[in-house]
Design a protein. Structure first.
Length: 597
């Protein structure tokens, strides 16, 4: 070979520069000699294993496998939650109504779906719209359970973050509305989505205009009173799924409450809706232990109740049985059973609205004077005695803001630490109250705003200071503590005043229809069937109360009502037939083996 040619120049035809010098790289040889001397590290088995594990960790063995669970090693969702997430991804294309019954973890299912899409690179920007009281709860769960950097919306600039949680009321108002409608979202999640079922509302129209690729609607009550509402909700999620409005009415509607062609409708629903029930196999709940506590009213309190009852019946007769005035009048009686403060405020407001020459003003003022003579609250005293005997955290529900204020002062005066939770509080204050309850306070006194959305698994004692006449609202209260994650049996105490309408209602709900033993799927079916045949239960009870001539007739009428509800309960488990109530449509969305909580 010519001395001026580089090795291999026979094939390349290239020549070295005359002044170039050759240098052989020998460092690899020295390193090889060193490895030979120390016998490695190519034969180090532990390093080989680590390399293999690193490669295997990146393998996707099945498209149906949830990749997000690999990056959430400390999070263990339940089987039905994983199954729901898989179905949304692989069968529903990321658009679904998650309609699990109360307490089964719809938030967890939505979080799994969102995280999975993010891990797969299909979602970056997500908007989550929830009731104002749940904003911080959602943010905490997404951050702590799923490692998703979600932020709560506070200022206009917050909308620019990738994952934002906000209240619907804020989002739909300008200037926020304009900002959101100008963006493209990979995923939209809406909690308490049953509030969107009226297409004429601002909320419905706003959500319909949001640009989104994937969409999850969360609600425990997707089907209630109206076939049109069901159509609206599904059309919002997936336009065309049920055809046009006229096609839907012709194919599936007998009247607004009764469906037809249930098999076809059920098939269409199953393509966009998933419902897990408390009775499904593998879903375990602790027991409910219910205790009714009778409260003896003082003579002054009993006198007030009798005086208000006479006033209410007189006003009802004068109104000619008007339905609107009926409910407001019965509220007076119910307030007497709660606290003198509650009925006092209502009477004073009633007095102010009456014309100055109205003869009723004098009668109202007579009732106010009766209230002034009452110096004690027998029910509050019984609640204090009960809470002290429990020696643990307690959530106490009342329907009336005035009663809540009275109890806060009453408990404080007796050295008991209690905090309020109610509608009207801003998001931050509600969150603060919850932190205080978890920490130093023994009692959380909640109005009906506390019956929706919040999770209180760390508490397993609940007092119904006064009981709603709508059983679904009672169940909603109980669902705050009796839900997945509750490790203790839940103890429920119902306070009821002896010799009042409240005693009759507790007897009806607890003893006649065994309300607290029903799984929620049974309960809503019973109420739907009852209201298909009769007035809504609350109106029916009010009518009985006002039109009964005395205690004996009222008791007889309530016995008859209890028998009707029991009959409907026995029929609730039968197979849905033509004309079955709307709730039956959900029964076959998932197989169920009923196991009472």
């Amino acid at each position: 070979m010519n001395s001026t040619e580089q090795p291999g120049s026979q094939t390349t035809g290239k020549k070295l520069h005359p002044n170039a010098s050759l240098h052989m790289e020998r460092s690899w040889h020295e390193e090889l000699s060193e490895r030979i001397q120390r016998n490695g590290p190519w034969d180090d088995w532990s390093m080989f294993q680590l390399a293999m594990e690193a490669q295997q960790a990146t393998l996707v063995t099945s498209f149906e496998e949830l990749q997000c669970l690999r990056v959430l090693p400390s999070f263990e969702p339940m089987e039905h939650q994983v199954g729901t997430a898989r179905k949304v991804l692989h069968e529903m294309g990321g658009r679904a109504i998650l309609a699990d019954e109360v307490g089964l973890g719809k938030t967890i299912e939505a979080g799994l779906v969102l995280k999975e899409y993010m891990v797969r690179g299909l979602v970056r920007k997500a908007l989550i719209l929830v009731p104002a009281s749940l904003v911080l709860q959602w943010v905490r769960e997404l951050n702590s359970k799923f490692g998703i950097s979600a932020v709560a919306q506070k200022k206009e600039h917050t909308w620019q973050y990738d994952v934002v949680v906000a209240s619907m009321d804020t989002a739909k108002r300008d200037p926020h509305r304009s900002i959101l409608l100008d963006q493209d979202y990979d995923m939209l999640i809406i909690d308490e989505a049953h509030k969107l079922k009226n297409r004429k509302t601002t909320n419905y129209q706003f959500v319909g205009k949001l640009r989104k690729k994937y969409c999850l609607l969360l609600t425990a009550t997707p089907v209630q009173n109206n076939m049109d509402e069901l159509y609206n909700l599904i059309t919002l999620l997936k336009p065309g799924q049920l055809g046009g409005q006229s096609d839907f009415s012709a194919n599936f509607v007998v009247d607004k409450r009764i469906p037809k062609n249930e098999d076809r409708l059920q098939e269409a629903l199953s393509q966009v809706m998933i419902r897990n029930r408390r009775g499904d196999g593998g879903i375990h709940f602790t027991k409910r232990i219910v205790r009714n506590i009778i409260v003896e009213l003082s003579e002054e309190e009993q006198a007030l109740y009798q005086a208000v009852t006479a006033f209410v019946k007189e006003r009802y007769d004068e109104s000619g049985g008007d339905m609107t005035s009926m409910l407001s009048l019965v509220t007076l009686q119910r307030e007497v059973c709660s606290s003198r403060d509650a009925v006092f405020i209502t009477l004073v407001n009633m007095f102010k609205k009456m014309p100055e020459d109205s003869p009723m003003r004098a009668k109202v003022w007579e009732l106010v004077e009766v209230i002034r003579k009452i110096t004690a609250n027998s029910k509050a005293e019984k609640a204090l005695e009960l809470i002290r005997s429990i020696e643990d955290k307690v959530i106490l529900f009342t329907e009336y803001r005035a009663t809540q204020e009275h109890l806060l002062q009453f408990f404080k005066g007796h050295g008991l630490v209690a905090v309020p939770y109610r509608g009207g509080m801003n998001r931050g204050k509600k969150d603060w109250m919850m932190d205080l309850f978890k920490g130093r306070a023994q009692v959380l006194i909640a109005t009906e705003a506390g019956g929706e959305g919040i999770n209180l698994q760390f508490c397993h004692h609940m007092i119904n200071f006064d009981l709603p006449w709508n059983p679904m609202r009672v169940e909603q209260r109980i669902g705050r503590v009796h839900r997945l994650g509750q490790k203790n049996d839940v103890k429920i105490y119902n306070l009821c005043t002896k010799g009042t309408i409240e005693e009759h209602i507790v007897s009806l709900l607890h003893e006649k229809i065994n309300l607290f033993e029903l799984v929620i799927g049974e309960l809503d079916h019973i109420l739907e069937r009852f209201e298909q045949e009769e007035l809504p239960l609350e109106q029916r009870l009010a009518k009985l109360m006002l039109e009964s001539s005395g205690e004996a007739e009222l008791q007889s009428q309530l016995e008859s009502l209890g028998s009707s509800l029991n009959r409907l309960r026995s029929e609730a488990g039968s197979s849905p037939e033509q004309g079955a109530p709307l709730g039956a449509l959900l029964d076959n969305l998932g197989d169920s083996v009923e196991v009472r909580p």
